[in-house]
Design a protein around this ligand. Sequence first.
Ligand SMILES: [Zn+2]
Ligand SMILES: [Zn+2]
Length: 360
Amino acid sequence: MAKSAEEVHPVKSFGWAARDDSGILSPFTFSRRATGAEDVRFKVLYCGICHTDLHQLKNEWGGSNYPLVPGHEIVGVVTEVGSKVQKFKIGDKVGVGCMVGACHSCDNCANDLENHCPKAIPAYNGTYHDGTTTYGGYSDHMVTNEHFVIHIPENMPLDAAAPLLCAGITTYSPLKYYELGKPGMHVGVVGLGGLGHVGVKFAKALGAKVTVISTSPNKKKEAIEHLGADSFLVSQDPDQMQAAMGTMDGILDTVFADHSLLPLLGLLKSHGKLIMLAAPNKPLDLPAFPLLMGRKLVGGSTIGGLKETQEMIDFAAKHNITADIEVISMDYVNTAMERLEKVDVKYRFVIDVANTLKAA
Ligand SMILES: [Zn+2]
Ligand SMILES: [Zn+2]
C-alpha cells in the first residue's frame, strides 16, 4: 500500500481533492517532498481540466485512490531548483503534463517515449519512486523532476497554453508519427471537444487539409471560420458521408462516447489510417473487411514523450496555437465538472489556481 505523502514529506501543500467516487472536490491539506537535487519546485498558476480528470474522480476506469488531487495540464513559475538542475532557474515559466516519472532504462525511455514506459508515473493518482501517492495540479505548488518539466515559451499566454500539455501533445504526436500532419494530406478530425479543436489547429499549422467530422451541424461555422478547418462533414447525413467516401488520408478520432468505426473507415483512401485518441468504455466495434479492402490501418496514440512535448509547445508558440478556454475559479470546479460531463464547454476549462485557490 502506498504511503501517504504526509508520512514522509515535509513541505505543506494545499489543493482540492475528491474523497470518494462521488468525485466531488473540496479543499485538502497535504504535503509534498522537499526539493531534491534534480527537482524543480514551482507555484501553480493555471491548471486545465481534462476529461481524464472526470473519469478518475469518479473511478470510472477503476484504480482511483482517494483523496485524489487531479490536474495534469499544469503551468506555473519556478520558485526553487535543486543543486543538479540544469535546464531551469527561478522565475522560469514551466509546465508539467501527464507524467512525473518513468524508469529511464527501458527501450521506450531510451527512445524519448516515456509515455509508453511500463513504469511511467502519472502526475496524479500514481505511486512515486518513494512509494507516495502523486497529487496533481489542482493545488498551490508542484515539485517535479526536471526531466518531466517543460519550458513554456515567453510569448505564450499561460492559461491557454496549459491544455496543450495534454490535449495538445495528444493530437500533435499522432499527426507527426503517422505522417498525417504535412502538406498534401487530408486529415479528418472526429469530435470537436478539448482534443479535437487543438487537433484541427495543429493539423492546419502542419500543412494538412482538415475536415471536421461531427454529429452536430451547428458546429460548422465555428469549425471553419474560427478554428480554420477547410470543410465540415455531418456524420449523421448519409449523403454527405457518401460524397466524402475514400477522400481522407487519416482521421483523428477524439470521441469518448461509444461509436461505430465502420463509417469512418469508409472515409479513408486506400492505406488510410484511423487513429484512436480517446478510450470509449466499450470495446471498439471494428469489422475486419473494411480494413482488408484498401489495406487500411487502425492505430492509437496517447500523449507523447517529453522531448516531443517540448517540440509541440515550441511549435505552438511559433504558430500562435493555444487552446480555446474558459477560465474559472477554484470554487467553480464542481460545476465545471458537471458541465464537462454534458460537453458544455468551449473547449477547455482552465482553473485560475494562483488567484482563486484560497488556503484553508
Ligand atoms: Zn488529459
Ligand atoms: Zn521506461
